[in-house]
Structure formats: structure tokens, C-alpha cells
Write a protein of this length. Structure first.
Length: 292
């Protein structure tokens, strides 16, 4: 089943715009609903998995010299597991400027989101007993920023404390906390639920505190998350939707953070130290004069 859609922009307000990728996904899901009975859709989850997402820009065929890539909003959807898996493939067409030949690019979600299957858990033993696992870029960035083992353990422990104290995410029952280090100062926040649909993302909330204090001089060196990436839906099915918010990384990377900003997560036996570009590889940046 294919569904064709384009981006829809009502106003400049974020909530009134939807990209073509997400519009097509929602349209295909609703097409599938038309073939299901009301009783089936109420009592059982719809068996809906996206296999391909074909993308193009507003330009005529052959005019676009670069293949299109999903923006941070769309990547945050693809980072979830209910309707997407590692076999979901992004398809785009690219023209070679020298030869004039076209290349059909097929890239799996894993290539865009290398850590989409990463399971993050709440720590249940002392932090100084945990191994610290660096990605290659995480190690280089930590050394350049002067972050040592004690600094990493300290920010992870502070984030875990906020997670333990946070009682404002009871609606979704999916508690997450985040801390950032900006201009040498630590800012923390817990996830705040207004409803199952609306919540305040903790890393963005923590970043807003820093931006309020430092303004355009804000420089974010580190983002740390604590929480559990697994949750159960209304049908009792367990999903891994992650703890790191891809949309937030994309937003912060446009101005106050950089691809080298550290991203720290924890599980039961180690602390992971990576960078924004580990979660969102630079070669897949959206190329139609945007940044993710």
C-alpha cells in the first residue's frame, strides 16, 4: 500500500506544519483503517509497519543535486518502534553533477539513526562501579572539552537524582530526566506531562533555562539523559521509543549546541558517552538549505 503526500504549512507556528514524510505515513495508516472493522481496530492494534519512505524536494526531477533526508521532526518519528523497524528504508534520487546520471539511494533507518534500538535503563548500582563506554567521537570531544571520568559520573548522578525526584510524568508513566552543561553551569529538568499527548521534553526544558540566563552566548557542551526507554502501550505491547529525543538534538544543534556536543546515557552496567553526530550522522543532514 502506497500513499502520496506533501508537506503542509498552515502558519509559521510549529504545531501547524507537517512534513511530507509524516503526512504520507498518517495517510497510509488511515487508508489501512478503511479496510479494518471498528471492532478489530478497538480490540487489537493495527498491524501497520512502514517499509519504504520515498522522498523528493520541490524541484523538478533532475534539478536537485543532493538526495533528500528527513528533518529532525521526522527522524524523531522514525526513532520509535511501533510503526517502524530497522527494515524501513528511505528512498531518494540524486543527480551526479559531473556525469548527469541519477542514483537511487536506499538507506535504512539504522543508517540515519544508529542508536534507535539502544535500550536505556535506570541505574541500580553505584555510578563509580559502572564502566564508561566512549564512542570514537565521544572520546575525542570529551578530551577536547576537558571532561574526565569524575565529571561524567557527576552529571550522570545529578540527572538520576532528578529522575528519582520527578513526579510530574505520571500521566504517561514514562519518566525521563535530563541535564545539560552550558557555559560551565549545570541545568536540570524532569519530563512534565500535561496529557499522554502533550509533555515538556526535559533536555529542551533544561536548555531553555541556560538560554534564558546566557542568551545568544549559550554554549552547550553536554546533554545527559536518565530514564527507561521501554514502555507499554494501551494494548500491553512493549515498545522501545528511546530516551534521547532526536528532535531536541536537532533543534539545539541549529544554534546552541554542535555536532560535537556530548550526549550521555546510562544503562544497568555502563555509562555511554557519545555526541550529537553519533545520533544524527552528518552525511544525512537535510540538504534543501536547512540544518537539522
Amino acid at each position: 500500500m502506497w500513499h502520496l503526500a506533501t508537506n503542509f504549512n498552515n502558519t509559521r507556528n510549529e504545531i501547524s506544519a507537517i512534513c511530507g514524510e509524516r503526512a504520507a505515513i498518517v495517510g497510509a495508516y488511515n487508508d489501512l483503517l478503511k479496510t479494518s472493522s471498528l471492532q478489530d481496530s478497538v480490540s487489537n492494534p493495527i498491524n501497520f509497519k512502514v517499509k519504504y519512505i520515498a522522498m523528493s524536494s520541490y524541484k523538478n526531477l533532475g534539478e536537485d543535486k543532493n538526495s533528500a533526508s528527513p528533518c529532525a521532526d521526522c527522524l524523531s518519528w522514525l526513532n520509535t518502534s511501533r510503526y517502524f523497524d530497522n527494515n524501513t528504508t528511505i528512498v531518494s534520487l540524486e543527480k551526479n553533477e559531473n556525469s548527469g546520471k541519477y542514483t537511487l539511494n536506499l538507506n535504512s533507518i539504522e543508517q540515519y539513526l544508529p542508536y534507535r534500538n539502544d535500550v536505556v535503563n535506570v541505574i541500580d548500582k553505584p555510578y563509580d562501579k559502572l564502566d564508561i563506554k566512549f564512542s570514537q567521537s565521544g572520546l575525542i570531544s570529551a578530551q577536547q572539552k576537558g571532561f574526565n571520568k569524575q565529571d561524567i559520573i557527576k552529571i550522570a548522578e545529578e540527572t538520576q537524582q532528578i529522575y528519582n525526584l520527578n513526579n510530574l510524568s505520571e500521566v504517561s508513566n514514562h519518566n525521563i530526566a535530563a541535564s545539560i552543561i552550558a557555559n560551565g553551569k549545570t541545568f536540570t529538568a524532569g519530563k512534565i506531562d500535561f496529557s499522554k499527548r502533550w509533555y515538556v521534553e526535559p533536555a529542551l526544558f533544561a536548555a531553555s533555562k541556560a538560554i534564558e540566563e546566557f542568551g545568544n552566548d549559550t554554549k552547550i557542551d553536554c546533554i545527559c539523559y536518565a530514564g527507561n526507554s521501554l514502555f507499554s502501550d494501551n494494548y500491553g505491547v512493549i515498545h522501545n521509543d528511546g530516551v534521547v529525543n532526536i528532535k531536541t538534538l536537532g533543534m539545539l544543534n541549529t544554534k546552541y549546541a554542535t555536532p560535537e556536543t556530548l550526549v550521555i546515557t546510562c544503562d544497568r552496567d555502563k555509562i555511554n558517552v557519545r555526541t550529537i553526530k553519533d545520533y544524527m550522522p552528518e552525511q544525512f543532514k537535510f540538504k534543501q538549505k536547512y540544518k537539522i
